[in-house]
Design a binder for this molecule. Structure first.
Ligand SMILES: *Cc1c(COP(=O)(O)O)cnc(C)c1O
Length: 450
């Protein structure tokens, strides 16, 4: 199994090389050169634990890592989840299930990928014998999940920039209260885009990047997408057989990484009927899947901040398949998008269903799910409860714990959601490293600390 770029101008990479590179050198995104069939494996996989299933799955994609090592990696990656099922599937009624993806250390689904990615970085450090500096920008969940994937790991320093005063207080605490000497939470003035710009400028200095073995943590690493395929298979295997004939996964969506993983599992033979992309008021993907037109607008901050995105970075991978796996066509469409012009794609591209929810609808939805099912959901998960299909088994992916968003949830349900992990954070000392939003300041800091 090799990894190719969506833009077709990168030589084949092994899994390990593709993970290390993150972005393909031609500016495209890595994908496996073929999708193995998993249909005939599902019976056997039904009895496996979550880490064992993840190990079997990854062995198909990275044969250069031995089965024993994969089992060790996935066992470690999911050992810090607080549910024995890792991803428990809850039944609300015969047609509606919720897949809880927030039992990891930072209480959001990004832990599924980033706990494993931290271990893959560690493996790389050990094999190469050189330390690694991991750098990224975050608006909240990715940064804290990345930090908790790298916390305390020898040979890895992690530097995460975020807009000062613009991430939720609990998210900042998750990044800045680890007490670990290898973690640097860096607030900078401005918005997320300012933090992101500084990170990009640091990576543009190729001498600095190679001198400090800088590695980017962002949403496009192929290991993240593959790690997310596993819970779709897991959830499908946990459904009662009567419910399996017509299954729709409903995915609260921002960068399109999560739903792409499910769609890839379907292409490999997981018998899923359909997917629905659930957006908040930042509805570029809803507009795209309902009209075929991809047109960017300004981001409007919402109750579901991790989905406040207008440029879905993983969308290019889906485009690659929809455009018949022709890299020249991908390059053409991506150039149009980059120029900011709206892009009209063939109708067949819009094969995924979609929905949107305003902030007012999110509040009403959290209240009604609480009233009908005595079940508390967070604002991101709430977006998934729009237009549940009638004749279908819906599996709504719950991407964050309601305890991460106490204000909206308390207002809607009258109950204040709490979680012991978050309560413990409130009394820990905060260690941040504020600095100017310039690449020079950040590079000097990295040089002094790696
Ligand atoms: C990141 C995130 C999302 C969006 O996931 P994508 O893979 O970017 O589509 C949704 N909900 C929560 C809580 C998140 O942290």
């Amino acid at each position: 199994m090799n990894y190719i770029s969506t833009r077709g101008q990168t030589s084949p990479h092994t899994f390990t090389q593709a993970v290390e590179a993150g972005l393909a050198p031609d500016g495209g995104l890595f994908l496996p050169d073929h999708l193995p069939s998993i249909a005939d494996k599902l019976d056997h996989w039904a009895s496996l634990s979550y880490p064992a299933l993840a190990s079997e799955f990854f062995q198909l994609f990275a044969p250069e890592i031995s089965p024993e090592e994969w089992t060790s990696l996935t066992t470690h990656a999911y050992s810090r989840f607080d549910s024995p099922d890792v991803a428990p599937l809850r039944k609300l009624n015969d047609r509606t299930f919720v897949l809880e993806l927030w039992h990891g250390p930072t209480l959001a689904f990004k832990d599924f990928a980033l706990q494993l990615l931290g271990l893959l970085y560690k493996r790389q450090v050990k094999q190469k014998g050189t330390a690694l500096a991991v750098l990224g920008a975050t608006s909240g969940d990715t940064g804290s999940a990345a930090i908790h994937g790298c916390v305390g790991q020898d040979g890895i320093q992690i530097f995460i920039l975020y807009p000062q005063g613009r991430v939720a207080p609990l998210q900042e605490r998750q990044m800045a209260c680890t007490g670990a000497a290898n973690v640097f939470a860096i607030p900078v003035p401005g918005f997320f885009d300012d933090a992101q710009r500084v990170v990009k400028e640091c990576f543009a200095d190729t001498y600095f990047v190679s001198r400090h073995h800088l590695s980017a943590v962002n949403s496009i690493n192929i290991a993240r997408v593959l790690a997310q395929c596993v819970y779709y298979i897991w959830a499908w295997l946990r459904l009662p057989s009567a419910a399996r004939s017509k299954v729709e996964f409903v995915v609260p969506t921002g960068n399109f990484g999560n739903v792409l993983a499910g769609w890839l599992a379907q292409q490999m033979g997981l018998p899923v009927h359909s997917f629905r992309v659930a957006t908040n008021q930042n509805d570029i993907l809803h507009r795209f899947f309902s009209t075929g037109e991809y047109r960017q607008e300004d981001v409007q901050p919402s109750h579901a901040p991790s989905m406040d995105i207008q440029a879905a970075s993983n969308f290019e991978r889906y485009l690659y398949y929809m455009l018949g796996q022709q890299p020249d066509k991908v390059r053409e469409v991506m150039a149009q998008m980059k120029a900011g012009s709206p892009v009209q794609l063939p109708r067949s591209v819009s094969a995924i269903r979609s929905s949107r929810m305003s902030d007012a609808e999110i509040e009403r939805c959290i209240a009604s799910v609480w009233k009908d099912h005595h079940y508390v959901i967070d604002p991101h998960t709430a977006c998934g409860f729009a237009d549940l299909a009638q004749d279908t088994t819906s599996v709504v992916l719950s991407t964050a714990s309601p305890a991460k968003f106490p204000d909206v949830v308390t207002q809607a349900t009258g109950q204040e959601p709490t979680h012991p992990t978050l309560e413990a954070l409130k009394s820990l000392p905060l260690a941040t490293h504020p600095m100017a939003a310039t690449a020079d300041a950040v590079k000097a800091f990295i040089a002094a600390h790696s």
